[in-house]
Design a protein around this ligand. Structure first.
Ligand code: FMN
Length: 366
């Protein structure tokens, strides 16, 4: 099977990509004190030079005291931090690539670090890290407003620094997703409610603020998932109607591209159709979508955290769905983390040079 769809160009609001391959956002915790190093810039530039169409950065924190759960995850605010991000984007552009930062607030999740805690209180809709687990206090109205403003400032800075797009991390059980999920959002104000449409309000206000900060012609991506790190079986939208109620307000608020996170891209979202999450999101909203999840590898990324390696896998099913128009872009995580040359090797048909994914790759920054 050829890979003509995967290697066809994509254009959207001035974002011109040579192919459909996106580097998935992957936390590396290699930015001591929150400031990306030259090694971080080189790591991204290496992939930009090797035909990754669009790079999405590791999650990077917005300006709230507890937006991150590890001191070595990069921040996206502060003079030294933004200067370092300028080096990153300039390096990526010099290598011929395009890049979006993934703006992140982890919400109520425990620190990943043995001896460090964030310098301020945890933010979350209802002081819950998962259903029934108290962790911090519910955000006040002022804290909600400050957080929305922080996302807007970071997005404006991304554009000012020269990034090509911006992604908001609304997935995997972190802050924005904690608002979406009824298991962690028990608010009875304007940011909560029994329906997913009501609980989408926080995200929609962030998107609107971001849109105001970046202007109408700058691509705004939001990453979403049904699953949570707290509960892999959780589903925000058990039916297509719920999915429409969830995604509609986000697109209306100004989200351009929906990045639909699955652990295995080939799994269908609703019974009676083989469309995956990105397929349904595109069908229901008309917005371009990104799929992700075990592209080019046999095992999924949660298993990788458990130490499991993965072998290279066929791209035929991906190409079939992309060629059919289910989604527009394809994010690749571990395969590109393991091997900066993955996209080039795939394009040139150098199948026997594709690498296994080994857990040890997560410890280095090559
Ligand atoms: C080391 C590592 C770090 C990750 N960090 C993030 C992150 O910061 N933000 C995010 O949205 N997803 C993150 N993810 C999830 C990936 O973006 C991607 O969705 C997942 O790895 C599935 O893609 P893959 O099967 O191609 O690896 C991470 C995954 C890995 C392996």
């Amino acid at each position: 099977m050829t890979l003509d769809a995967l290697f066809s160009p994509f254009s959207f609001k001035g974002l011109d990509l040579p192919n459909r391959i996106v580097m998935a956002p992957m936390t590396r915790s290699k930015s001591p004190g929150g400031v990306p190093t030259q090694a971080v810039a080189d790591y991204y530039a290496r992939r930009a030079a090797a035909q990754v169409g669009l790079i999405i950065s590791e999650g990077t924190g917005v300006e709230r005291a507890a937006s991150l759960n590890d001191p070595d995850i990069p921040r996206f605010w502060g003079e030294a931090e933004l200067a370092a991000w300028k080096t990153v984007i300039d390096s990526v552009h010099a290598a011929g690539g395009k890049m979006a930062p993934q703006l992140w607030h982890v919400g109520a999740v425990r620190t990943r670090h043995p001896t460090w805690t964030p310098p301020g209180g945890y933010d979350s809709p209802s002081g819950l890290s998962s259903p029934g687990h108290r962790f911090g206090e519910p955000m006040t109205d002022a804290e909600v407003a400050d957080t929305i403003a922080a996302f807007g400032r970071a997005a404006g800075d991304a554009r000012r620094l020269g990034f090509d797009a911006v992604e908001l991390h609304g997935a995997h059980g972190y802050l924005i997703d904690q608002f979406f999920w009824d298991g962690t959002n028990e608010r009875n104000d304007a940011f909560g409610g029994p329906s997913i449409g009501e609980r989408a309000r926080f995200a929609a206000e962030i998107i609107a603020e971001v849109r105001t900060a970046v202007g109408p012609d700058f691509p705004v991506i939001i990453r979403l998932s049904q699953w949570k790190q707290q509960d892999f079986a959780a589903r925000l939208a058990p039916t297509p109607a719920d999915m429409e109620a969830w995604l509609g307000p986000l697109v209306e608020a100004g989200a351009d591209i929906l990045h639909c996170s699955q652990r295995r891209f080939w799994e269908s979202e609703f019974e009676g159709s083989d469309l995956n999450f990105a397929g349904w999101a595109k069908k229901l909203t008309g917005a371009p979508t990104i799929t992700v999840g075990s592209v080019g590898l046999t095992g999924d990324f949660i298993a990788a955290y458990g130490g499991e390696g993965s072998k290279p896998a066929s791209l035929d099913e991906l190409e079939r769905r992309l060629g059919r128009g289910d989604f527009d872009l394809v994010a690749v995580g571990r395969a590109v983390l393991q091997d900066p040359l993955w996209a080039v090797k795939v394009k040139e048909g150098r199948r026997d040079e594709l690498m296994d994914f080994e857990r040890s790759a997560m410890a280095t920054l090559y």
